[in-house]
Structure formats: structure tokens, C-alpha cells
Design a protein around this ligand. Structure first.
Ligand code: SAM
Ligand code: SF4
Length: 331
């Protein structure tokens, strides 16, 4: 079988698919207050059939893992059926979901047979603060979503908290306790200079090493490194010594992880983005709609991977990367 190897000898095995750039929440670091393209014509978006065709082509080129993300993937109707169809693709061993969990209690039962891993964003355990950070989010719904995912056996369920200095950094310890109580891993994410606030996000940046120090002091034991290259990607994961609880940190800024990058991203409009922090990419929608054969589609993808950049430059601030929209790229 053909494989996708980029110019820096990295094997591409992981595709993140943003199924929509729309979202029912408006987290300040991610989404403009007015949302994105409210007037957007739905034909701009790849249909589920088109997305399936692209994902199938990737699996024929060695991609084994797909993450469905957004925007908020659960605002797109028919996601569970789409995921079920994907699970029939030979070679695709892992389907994951990133969600704000607002609608997860309704959909967990239908998703559970095909979606194995779920990452849920939760930046605060305080209902008012949560509502403020997400500009309208409902913590009660998110809690119901977390419980539904666990009740339906989705595994692992991970909680992602973007740590913002002066906003929610006082909740690091509470989030560790919450994760232990629920039996789920909590991952602390450094803010990235991306999205509507761009580089000004860095005013709220809280470095991963400080987070780890606080976690260590709080639990009063060592943190034993326990990352799995296959599933953890940029996350550095730790087992809390003497327990079976895990925590992780994702530090795209203070420590870039580009040398082991094994992923590319497909936007809902069919743009294949080759790096989270660079503009490089190719449009797959035009060839798809021009009637390419399966073989030609695979070749378009192979040619695209040959252009994957070596790394991003978040921590050097040399590029203006405010244009990047996390809602399009799916995190
Ligand atoms: N709506 C889903 C959610 O919130 O999990 C999936 C899409 S969201 C774009 C994926 C992840 O990107 C979330 O964990 C979110 O917190 C993270 N994210 C978005 N903008 C970010 C930024 N500027 N810095 C760090 N993380 C960001
Ligand atoms: Fe929506 Fe997720 Fe972005 Fe928040 S982080 S605005 S929930 S897409």
C-alpha cells in the first residue's frame, strides 16, 4: 500500500476533519462574536459523501485515524450516520471526536458504536465563568454530555481546558480533582496565537511547565511521563504517581512538536491544511467537483503532502498568523 511520507520523512497517518466551521458557542480565543459566515451558502461545504470520499482516499494512503472536529461537529445534522459509514472503511482503525459536548447527551448513544475517543472542551467548572468564556455556553449541558459519553462507554473521554492567565488559571487544581473524580484525563492547553484575537492571546498565555508544577504541588506526588506516540500527538501525558489518574499538557507554543507531526487537516470547505501554523495547503473541493477519479484524487493528496512545511513559528512571533481560524482548522 502507498504511504504518505512528507519531505521531512514524517509518515502522515492522522487526518483531522472539520465538518463545519459553525458553532453554538463563541469562545473568545476561537470564534468571532458574530460567528462565522452566517450568510454562507451550504454548497460551499463538502457533503458527507464528498468528505467520505476524501477520507477513503486518505485511508488508501495509510491514514489510520480520523478526528471529527469543527467548529462544533455536533451542530451538523447527520454526524452519527456519517461516523457509522466511516467506521466501515477498511484501514480506518480509530475515529475520534472533539466537541464542546453541549449536544452530546442527545447523540452519545448513536455515536458510541463508531466513535471510540472523545475530547471535550471545558474551560471552567463555574457556570457563570463558563458562560462568560464561551459567550453563552451552558455548563449543565456539558456535564450531561460528559456523563452520557461515559455512560455509553466512549473511551477514553478526555477533558481539554485552555488555560488563560487571569481568567481560569485559578481552576487548574479544581480541574485535576474533577478529572480524578470522573475517572477521565484532563489536558491543559496553552493558548495559541491563532483565531480572532491572534497574537494578543499571548497576553493570557500560561506556560505548561508552570501548570505541571502546580499540579505536582496539588497532588503531592510525582508525575510519571506516559505519552503514547500514536494517540497523544502533541500532548505530554503523565500518570499521577500512586493513582491511575492521568493528566496532560499541550504546549504548542512553549515547546513545539513539529518534528513528530503526523497529521494534516481538512476544512469543511475542502481545503487540505498542511500545518496548523502555516498557510500551506491545497484545495480538494475543486478537483472533487470536477470529477477526478479515485486514483487522481490520491495523487492530488500525495502531491500536497510533498509540500508539508517543516514546522510552525508560534514561539518566534515572526509570522502574522492571525488569519488562521481554529474553527476552520478544528484545533
Ligand atoms: N468545538 C469543539 C471543541 O471546542 O472541542 C471542537 C473544535 S475546537 C476549535 C478544538 C480545540 O481547539 C478546543 O479544545 C479549543 O479549546 C481549541 N482552541 C481553539 N482556539 C484555540 C486557541 N487560540 N488556543 C488554544 N486552543 C484553542
Ligand atoms: Fe466552538 Fe469549540 Fe471554538 Fe469554543 S473552541 S467556539 S466550542 S469551536
Amino acid at each position: 500500500m502507498k504511504e504518505l511520507i512528507d519531505p521531512f520523512q514524517r509518515k502522515i497517518e492522522y487526518l483531522r476533519v472539520s465538518v463545519t466551521d459553525k458553532c453554538n458557542y463563541r469562545c473568545g480565543y476561537c470564534m468571532p462574536e458574530q460567528g462565522v459566515h452566517p450568510e454562507g451558502n451550504h454548497t460551499e461545504y463538502l457533503s458527507f459523501d464528498e468528505l467520505t470520499r476524501v477520507i477513503k482516499a486518505f485511508t488508501e494512503l495509510g491514514v489510520k485515524k480520523v478526528r471529527l472536529t469543527g467548529g462544533e461537529p455536533l451542530v451538523r445534522k447527520g454526524l452519527a450516520d456519517f461516523a457509522a459509514n466511516l467506521s466501515a472503511l477498511p484501514g480506518l482503525v480509530d475515529i475520534a471526536l472533539s466537541t464542546n459536548a453541549h449536544h452530546l447527551d442527545k447523540h452519545a448513544a448513536a455515536l458510541a458504536p463508531s466513535v471510540n475517543r472523545v475530547n471535550i472542551s471545558i474551560d471552567s467548572l463555574n457556570a457563570n465563568k463558563f458562560n462568560h468564556i464561551t459567550r453563552g455556553g451552558d455548563l449543565v449541558k456539558v456535564m450531561a454530555g460528559i456523563d452520557a459519553a461515559l455512560a455509553h462507554g466512549m473511551k477514553p473521554v478526555k477533558l481539554n481546558m485552555v488555560v488563560m492567565k487571569g481568567t481560569n488559571d485559578n481552576e487548574i487544581e479544581a480541574m485535576v480533582d474533577f478529572g480524578i473524580q470522573k475517572g477521565v484525563e484532563v489536558r491543559f492547553i496553552e493558548t495559541m496565537p491563532i483565531g480572532p484575537a491572534g497574537v494578543s492571546m499571548m497576553d493570557q498565555h500560561y506556560p505548561a511547565d508552570k501548570i505541571l508544577k502546580r499540579v505536582r504541588e496539588h497532588v503531592g506526588s510525582d508525575l510519571i511521563p506516559s505519552s503514547s506516540r500514536t494517540h497523544d500527538g502533541p500532548a505530554r501525558n503523565y500518570l499521577i504517581a500512586g493513582t491511575d489518574a492521568k493528566i496532560g499538557v499541550i504546549s504548542a507554543v512553549s515547546q513545539h512538536f513539529c518534528e513528530t507531526c503526523n497529521r494534516v487537516r481538512l476544512t469543511a470547505r475542502g481545503f487540505l491544511a498542511l500545518c496548523l501554523g502555516q498557510e500551506d495547503g491545497v484545495d480538494l473541493r475543486a478537483p472533487l467537483r470536477a470529477g477526478v477519479t479515485d486514483e487522481e484524487l490520491r495523487q492530488v493528496i500525495i502531491d500536497a503532502i510533498a509540500k508539508k512545511p517543516e514546522r510552525h513559528f508560534f514561539n518566534e512571533n515572526v509570522h502574522n498568523i492571525e488569519f488562521r481560524q481554529m474553527v476552520s482548522l478544528g484545533g
